[in-house]
Design a protein around this ligand. Structure first.
Ligand code: GLN
Length: 282
């Protein structure tokens, strides 16, 4: 079996996927340990029977809807290869909007800073920040033990030192005076039909779904964050594309200033944040 013909077969089988060609390429590249360019350059190369069998095992899982990231156990975020598992959300390009904003704030504020990532999952946000600011004192909290374990392993493999802590939001955190707190919390409403489609069907509900129209966790974080922020520190939160106004209202009512929203790569409102003015927790 040649690369090009197997690739065509896979694309035809992945009809339920909105990224069939990319999915086929990712599975083939994983089995052949090659790049996408290689697939195009050597379309007539023959796969061994073992390679064909391995592709077939992956293809059956993909046909059943399993995300490519879970099949291969890895997903790239901010150019960092991260291990993923069904214990965590799969890092998404949307979240890079939060990382970009956080990096801008960190570069404005100078060295010697402390930052906190709440519900770190794979560790994606914390590790992206560390990759750009190696001297940053980074804390990352996670409630799910399997996810925390995975985040620790990702940090170790990449050689970044992060203070990981098992904690349900702020519950186990003693550290204070962070210049930056970031989070991609669960924010989807339980009744959202989007939960029955595509990759999210395989992701942990605890990482996706929140009560109160998806705002319960965001509300709790906004309420408690001032106690942990330094004067002038920022809180940045990822949220659903229709939640920006609600999140800005929550930030303003809590006393945050300079409250704004930034959009993701698709142009959707995706991250809102504000600056904590006082040095006394309100
Ligand atoms: N943005 C993701 C989605 O809509 C959800 C991420 C999250 O809940 N934090 O699929």
């Amino acid at each position: 079996m040649q690369i090009a013909s197997l690739r065509q077969q896979l694309i035809q089988r992945f009809t339920d996927s909105d990224s069939a060609a990319l999915d086929a390429d990712c599975l083939l590249c994983a089995v052949l340990s090659c790049t996408r360019t290689y697939l195009r350059t050597w379309p007539e190369q023959e796969l061994t029977p073992e390679q064909v069998a391995q592709v077939e095992q992956f293809a059956v899982r993909r046909e059943q809807g399993e995300p490519v990231a879970y099949i291969l156990g890895v997903r790239e975020f901010w150019s960092l290869p991260l291990q993923v598992s069904p214990a965590t959300l799969i890092p998404r390009p949307d979240t890079e909007a939060l990382v970009e904003w956080a990096l801008t704030l960190l570069s404005e504020q100078g060295q010697g800073q402390k930052a906190l990532d709440l519900g770190t999952g794979t560790g994606a946000i914390a590790l992206a920040l560390k990759s750009e600011f190696p001297a940053l004192a980074m804390w990352a909290l996670e409630r799910e033990p399997a996810a925390l374990d995975l985040a620790r392993r990702n940090a170790a493999r990449l050689g970044f030192s992060v203070n990981f802590l098992a904690s349900n939001w702020f519950s186990a955190l003693n550290e204070r005076n962070f210049q930056l707190i970031v989070s991609n919390p669960p924010y989807i409403d339980a009744a959202d039909p989007h939960l029955a489609q595509g990759d999210v069907r395989f992701e942990p509900h605890s990482a996706l779904v929140a009560d109160e129209d998806g705002l319960a966790d965001i509300r709790q974080i906004i309420d408690q964050a001032p106690e942990y922020l330094a004067a002038g520190g920022w809180l940045l939160l990822e949220h659903g594309w229709q939640q920006a106004e609600a999140v800005r209202d929550l930030l303003s009512s809590r006393g945050f200033q300079a409250v704004t929203t930034k959009s993701d790569l698709g142009g959707q409102d995706r991250v809102s944040g504000g600056q904590w003015p006082g040095d006394v927790a309100g």
